[in-house]
Design a binder for this molecule. Structure first.
Ligand SMILES: [Cu+2]
Length: 343
């Protein structure tokens, strides 16, 4: 089937006949391309043929040097009809969305520089990418190339493993100092790739990221004045001015008190009070995509007060067990409700 597709694709290519370089790049399982990086001559005309061997749809967008993240962020606002490709001078070339089993090609010209190829399907762009070097100079050894996607670095076994006090088994949890949270931050990684920061002082989720966990090295060797580094890219951040849970009325922000957490299958459930109501919150990874689910269980609500969730902050929410109550608010319909958080 691929052979047929490929021949069909090559038809117009021969007629064109001007590409200096033609490369087949495959989208494969695990949100990745099979080529970790590409090198072409500066000033050359390049044809990339994207073949989708995965069971999800993908595209391939070539971005100007240094522009990958900007394009990925812009793409989050673009519809599927436009193939999740922003109209931007930062985009050099792009395929349509390629469904599983199909292929699509693009031809473009590059000048000297380090471009990127990236899938801008929502959420994929933070991990599914690679550098396209238009240079005649030798490239850094693959194992030391800083521009590779994290997933590729891991696969190569070349990832500079951040120092950990013990061999990490996932899910993993640390209490440490990280940027953008109080000193009572708790960081958790589901799998070493998808991670989040929950702040025990304020009883709230602060942010979530993908592409790694934390690097504690600097923090350990400092005098307590350095943060652990977030490894990867933040895809979701909470609006720090708006505490999300509301009690009794949509704008009553409750007093919070952290009661501790318990681990089940290595994953924490955070227990805390919002006014006099005891809430347990458990976060799990969204399977097969970037994002997480926040599950709330109201275990004690002595005066049976209404509980609202204010879904503010960067990202999108899909609630379960809660009904929209206007301007970003959801009203809990029972003692359990959940919200899926996506980029
Ligand atoms: Cu993709």
């Amino acid at each position: 089937m691929y052979r047929t597709l490929l021949l069909l694709c090559l038809g117009p290519l021969w007629a064109w006949g001007q590409s200096d370089t033609t490369l087949v790049i495959k989208a494969i399982a695990g949100m990745q391309y099979d080529l970790p990086r590409i090198q072409v001559k500066p000033g050359s005309r390049v044809t990339l043929i994207l073949e989708n061997y995965d069971d999800m749809a993908h595209n391939l967008v070539v971005t100007r040097p240094g522009a990958r993240l900007t394009v990925v962020e812009q793409a989050l606002k673009v519809t599927a009809e436009k193939n999740y490709v922003p109209e931007s001078p930062l985009v050099v070339a792009s395929t349509k969305i390629v469904i599983p089993g199909a292929s699509e090609q693009v031809t473009f010209r590059v000048e000297e520089g380090t471009y990127s190829y990236v899938c801008t399907y929502p959420g994929h762009g933070f991990i599914m990418y690679g550098p396209l070097y238009a240079t005649s100079k030798p490239l850094p050894p693959l194992a030391k190339d800083p521009n590779l996607a994290p997933i590729v670095k891991e696969k190569l076994g070349a990832k500079k493993e951040p120092a950990h006090a013990f061999a990490l088994e996932y899910p993993a949890l640390y209490r440490t100092w990280v940027p953008g949270a109080s000193p009572a931050a708790i960081v958790v990684s589901f799998d070493g790739n998808s991670s989040y920061c929950w702040d025990a002082a304020q009883c709230r989720l602060r942010y979530a990221w993908t592409g790694g966990f934390v690097d504690n090295e600097e923090q350990w060797y400092s005098k307590g004045d350095k943060y652990s580094k977030i490894v990867g890219e933040t895809y979701w951040k909470e609006d720090s001015l708006n505490y999300p849970l509301r009690v009794g009325s949509p704008d009553h922000i409750p007093q919070v008190r952290f009661l501790g957490y318990k681990l089940k299958d290595r994953l924490p459930t955070f227990r805390y009070l919002i006014d006099d109501i005891e809430v347990h919150e458990t976060l799990t990874a969204l399977p097969g995509e970037i994002g997480l689910v926040r599950r709330f269980a109201v275990v004690r609500n002595p005066s049976s007060r209404k509980i609202y969730f204010h879904a503010s902050g960067k990202g999108s929410f899909v609630p379960t067990g809660a009904d929209p109550a206007g301007s970003g608010l959801f009203l809990a319909q029972s003692t359990t409700f959940s919200l899926a958080v996506r980029p």
